[in-house]
Design a protein around this ligand. Sequence first.
Ligand code: GDP
Length: 195
Amino acid sequence: MQVTHAELVTSAVSPNQYPQDEIIEIALAGRSNVGKSSFINKMINRKGLARTSGQPGKTQTLNFYNINHQFRFVDVPGYGYARVAKTQRASWGKMIEKYLSQRENLQLVFLLMDFRHPPTELDIAMKEFVEELDIPYGIILTKSDKIKKSQWTRHLSLFKKDLDLPSVDALFPFSAESGEGSDLIWEIISDMIEA
Ligand code: GDP
């Protein structure tokens, strides 16, 4: 897909602030620093649209990005940032859960995880939560440029096992540095939009 238009439409913390229309949404969720902003920026070829976080955990709102007036990426705030107070973490959790479980526009969820390391407990919990929603989901394995190709099979098997997946088909290695994986992810998005 050729992205000709991309803009941050709104940031929201509660449903009455979500855009009120029927445009399809794709949620992007992952822990802070996993490479979510870099993913958005690379996919749309715009360096600074999504803020890359020098300060992990800074993004505390749901950020809605209009892409080509065809769909929205919804940047879900990074979960599991240890330096944030427990009470604040709980309210983030509620905001994320509410959006994911109640939003009718939501058609696809991408969970972002760091390809270099085994999934964390929170990654596993998010996968289990999303699985129960009955919405298609995929797992984007970020920073793939940091892993030698010879190690990929081993890392993919580990994710498959730790996330209890039937196959590696839902795992998509991605690099915001090289663009690796972006064509395949665009194919999935285009198929969904055209469906
Ligand atoms: P966010 O907190 O999930 O939005 O993460 P960012 O996009 O801000 O990325 C966190 C850090 O990881 C930054 O220093 C990025 O430059 C780096 N990063 C993100 N994606 C990649 C990638 O694909 N490859 C490499 N080498 N570094 C990345």
